[in-house]
Design a protein around this ligand. Structure first.
Ligand code: AMP
Length: 114
């Protein structure tokens, strides 16, 4: 039994994913269950469980995720805008305990979110 998160297994090449970006700090790949025409997850290589588990030393990593998300949004032509979402914990409906930013675009989003 592996105690790696599903996203660590993607980084390790054990599970296939449609990668759109990789660098030394993070990777990004298409969500397997897209909620918008574009739905990409931007994920740090460090398996931080979630926003609730952040420490001050993670600040550069988190900033990097947003810069990469912005870059991917431009590369994928999300010129009309997009939405970044981070779910946290049970009430936030987080299902994978490895920090990730959802990049959603390609349709008009609704507000408030569900
Ligand atoms: P969250 O509910 O915020 O924790 O988001 C987890 C996301 O990971 C969901 O949108 C899932 O569809 C997505 N997901 C789970 N497994 C995979 C996978 N193997 N490849 C790509 N996306 C995945």
């Amino acid at each position: 039994m592996s105690d790696k998160t599903i996203f660590e297994r993607i980084f390790a090449g054990e599970i296939p994913a449609r990668m759109v970006h990789e660098d030394e700090v993070c990777g990004a790949f298409h969500d397997i269950n897209p909620q918008a025409p574009t739905h990409v997850l931007v994920v740090p290589r460090k398996p931080i469980p979630g926003i609730s588990a952040l420490s001050a030393s993670d600040a550069l990593i988190v900033g990097h995720l947003f810069v990469v998300a912005r870059r991917i949004a431009a590369e994928l032509g999300l010129d009309g805008g997009f939405r970044l979402v981070i779910n946290d914990g049970e009430d936030g409906q987080q299902t994978v305990p490895h920090l990730h930013v959802h990049l959603l675009g390609g349709r008009k989003m609704t507000w408030p979110p569900g």
